[in-house]
Design a protein around this ligand. Structure first.
Ligand SMILES: Cc1ncc(C[n+]2csc(CCOP(=O)(O)OP(=O)(O)O)c2C)c(N)n1
Ligand SMILES: [Mg+2]
Length: 767
């Protein structure tokens, strides 16, 4: 059908005036140029409509904030003409959201849509001394002086106004907003200090197209589910419904049909003139605040001037549609309402408009002169803070106290336990989690089945019984919400340890880690943080169980995340020590840590032969920890110099240690084995040091060959540094993992490790 325009498109051939900004501005000016309609002037404290909660004085303030927001949008487009601004997605047409900014408190955390500019202006009015318009302009020109993101992104955000910055990923902020609402009362009950008052609520705003997103539906569903199981969930979901997502229209009535009448979700439509919107917003906030239950505020809006400055709206809308839309300009409507009700004269409003225009254009010019981030160090400064000495001190404190013996572990401490089960990887993790829960009142542990059942693999056995369901709890089956709860909890000082039941299923919700949790410090210049240690049982080699989804052997998607710490312990004592450091890093530096627990090793006892107990370890009581970069070193039996170095982790470490013995016994080769323990950042320095000393290096990587594991990075690093005489690797093949015994066809096995070792040792040519 190329070349045959549809009737709709044909319509767009109408003559078009492209400067729609001037047209909309002109319409407001024309209206205000007239005299007042002769309404009786209202006193400042009088409602603008009998029975409304909106007074004349407040309404004038709302208009001011609407105009302020509008002028920022105009300035962004103006500066764009000379390439001095970098962001033109505007709030124009959405300014009815100003009513939320004035009525939510600045102690009600707000997670905002990119069109919530007027809301932000009104919110800032509650804190004298703030300069929200100038701050926004600094963001638009990407200046280092932007107080929230320092130019790393244009976001709505402010620490003093409790507005954490949000990413561009639509709907991705709803789960964390829900998670914060979930956590408010819990933190208080657990005695974790946060600055928010007991009746605080959480608000999040989003668009109508975004309301269809799985991530939005996930958060809304979990909010309702929480009510169903009797938990407080004080969250206000605000849908700023402009009827379109870029160029795709939302079906008429879709939002109300989808979100009204749902159990455990109060639906409020905030429609009509500014006073009607105001009153509906009052009701919605009151409901959430007093009932501690969620509400869905449906805020119909329009969108002016296309999706962004670059969006040629006339390509998908006719000029008459555009003009009809512009006639609904909320500024014009507010002005008319104020004038017709007697709340303000046209002269007053005209003065507000002209004064605001002048101020904002001057501020915009000033913003363009402000400095930008320049160096790599400046840009990256808040991405991944790390203070090893402080982390180490935190890992060791508070000291395990006397209560450990009786209250936490009963009469037998795990380090004294005669039971071998206490010294498997699972046993050590269980004890380490208990120690952390006991030492750190802010730790909460949650996920699918971690509570009553104690985890699919018994790792969290008994923890709910000992520490209560306030701290160790089951969640619903939704990884997005689990990670949303973790983020929200982290925002107010809890130290969340969410579990994703299998590594394969983190992909189901990966953006919550990748786009959201891991980026918060970066986009807030370190002012907001969501520390967490995400437990991820994973990797392959479960004997005869599960197929791919329970044996996923790729960590590529995690290693790719800037700033994410990836811990992969292989044995119980290491796991306990690493868990302490992981929690300390989260607490001290606000870091997000993925903690992969190799499932196949959870209950493994032996190393070389049945019954040898070679994979059991003593439980190291605190204080004792392992930091990133501290690798495990396993020397060959006799202390002589090693012929080759084998570098590995997790199940691969076990294979490497088995190979170490075979190399000695059958080939008279001495191999030193190192356990990387931390796969992001990789301990390059330690590997280089050992490699330089020994020369021949084999990397045993149980993860997938291409990008799934760490062999690429390690070998490349050694090669680039010119270290090592013969370098080799064994890796799993690029396949999904099959069911049953066929797994050996795709995973790294003992014979391959041996062959690889012989090859780098020069005993055999590489296969
Ligand atoms: C997850 C995701 N997919 C796609 C996009 C690209 N995108 C940005 S805004 C947008 C439309 C959003 O529409 P709506 O939620 O109605 O908000 P509006 O812009 O209309 O206020 C799209 C598709 C995105 N930012 N995030
Ligand atoms: Mg929309």
């Amino acid at each position: 059908m190329i070349g045959t325009p549809s009737p709709d498109l044909a319509e767009t051939r109408e003559p078009m005036t492209f400067d729609r900004v001037a047209i909309v501005q002109g319409a407001l000016d024309d209206y205000l140029a007239g005299g007042s309609a002769g309404a009786e002037p209202l006193a400042p404290n009088q409602p603008i409509r009998p029975g409304s909660g909106l007074t004349a004085r407040t309404a004038i303030g709302l208009f001011e904030d609407q105009v302020l927001s509008r002028e920022i949008d105009v300035a962004a487009r103006e500066l764009k003409k000379t390439n001095r601004s970098f962001y033109t997605i505007s709030s124009a047409g959405h300014e009815a959201n100003v009513t939320l900014g004035a009525q939510l408190r600045i102690t009600d955390p707000a997670f905002l849509h990119y069109r919530s500019g007027a809301l932000m202006m009104a919110r800032a009015r509650q804190l004298p001394g703030t300069t929200p318009a100038f701050d926004a302009l600094l963001g638009i020109v990407a200046s280092r002086d932007d107080p929230i993101a320092q130019g790393r992104h244009k976001v709505w955000g402010s620490r003093p106004l409790w507005v954490p910055p949000q990413t561009s990923t639509i709907a991705s902020h709803l789960p964390k907003a829900m998670g914060l609402a979930f956590s408010l009362a819990r933190a208080r009950r657990l005695g974790v200090d946060h600055e928010l008052p007991a009746d605080a609520i959480v608000a999040c705003t989003f668009g109508d197209a975004s309301a269809n997103h799985a991530t939005a539906l996930s958060a809304i569903n979990t909010a309702r589910y929480a009510v169903r199981i009797g938990l407080p969930m004080p969250i206000l979901f605000v849908c700023e419904d402009n009827g379109t997502g870029i160029s795709v229209a939302t079906p008429e009535g879709w939002i109300s049909a989808t979100f009204s009448g749902l159990e455990h979700l109060e639906y409020v439509r905030a429609d009509g003139e500014i006073d009607g919107v105001w009153d509906a917003v009052t009701d919605a906030i009151r409901h959430v605040r007093s009932a501690r239950r969620p509400a869905f505020l449906h805020l119909p809006t329009i969108r002016l001037w296309g999706h962004a400055g670059s969006d040629a709206e006339q390509g998908y809308r006719s000029v008459s549609e555009i003009a009809a839309n512009e006639a609904q300009d909320p500024l014009l409507r507010t002005a008319r309402r104020l004038v017709e009700s007697g709340a303000a004269s046209t002269q007053t409003l005209r003065a507000i408009v002209s004064d605001t225009r002048e101020r904002v254009m001057a501020a915009a010019e000033e913003a363009t002169l402000r400095p930008r981030l320049e160096t790599t160090e400046e840009v990256m400064a808040p991405l991944a803070p790390y203070h090893p000495a402080r982390v180490a001190a935190r890992a060791d404190s508070p000291a395990a106290d006397a209560a450990r013996r009786h209250e936490v572990f009963g009469d037998t401490l795990p380090e004294d336990s005669p039971l071998p089960n206490a010294r498997t990887l699972a046993g050590c993790l269980n004890a380490a989690l208990a120690d952390e829960l006991a030492r750190r009142p802010e730790v909460i542990l949650f996920g699918e089945d971690v509570g009553r059942k104690g985890g699919v693999y018994n790792v969290t056995n008994g923890l709910q019984r000992r520490f209560g369901a306030g701290r160790v709890f089951d969640t619903l089956l939704d990884e997005t919400s689990i990670l949303g709860i973790a983020q929200g909890a982290g925002h107010i000082g809890l130290l969340p340890v969410p579990e994703i039941q299998y590594l394969a299923y983190v992909h189901n919700a990966l953006d919550q880690i990748r786009g959201e949790a891991a980026s918060l410090q970066f986009f807030s210049s370190g002012q907001f943080r969501n520390p967490m240690v995400v437990r991820l049982p994973g990797l392959a080699y479960q004997k005869g169980f599960g197929g791919h989804f329970h044996n996923d052997n790729s960590i590529g998607a995690l290693r790719d995340i800037p700033g994410l710490v990836l811990a992969v312990p292989s044995r119980g004592d290491d796991a306990a020590r690493m868990l302490r450091s992981a929690l300390a890093m989260a607490a001290e530096d606000g870091r997000v840590i993925a903690f992969i627990e190799p499932i196949a090793l959870y209950h493994e006892k032996d190393l070389h032969a049945d019954g040898d107990g070679g994979w059991l370890t003593a439980y190291p009581p605190p204080p004792s920890h392992l930091l990133p970069g501290e690798v495990g070193v396993y020397e060959p039996d006799d202390a002589g110099s090693a012929d080759l170095l084998i570098v590995s982790y997790a199940n691969g470490l076990r294979l490497a240690l088995q190979a170490q013995r075979r190399l000695r016994e059958r080939h008279d080769l001495a191999a030193r084995v190192i356990d990387l323990r931390w796969l992001n950042p990789l301990p390059f320095e330690a590997v280089r040091t050992h490699a330089e000393e020994i020369g021949h290096v084999l990397v045993v990587d149980e993860c997938r060959r291409t990008g799934g594991g760490v062999a690429d990075a390690l070998i490349a690093d050694l090669a680039e540094a010119g270290i090592g005489r013969r370098l080799g690797s064994v890796r799993a093949v690029d396949s999904f993992v099959p069911l049953g015994t066929s797994t050996s066809a795709v995973l790294v096995g003992p014979d391959q490790v041996l062959a690889g070792a012989l090859a780098v040792a020069g005993r055999r040519s590489p296969a």
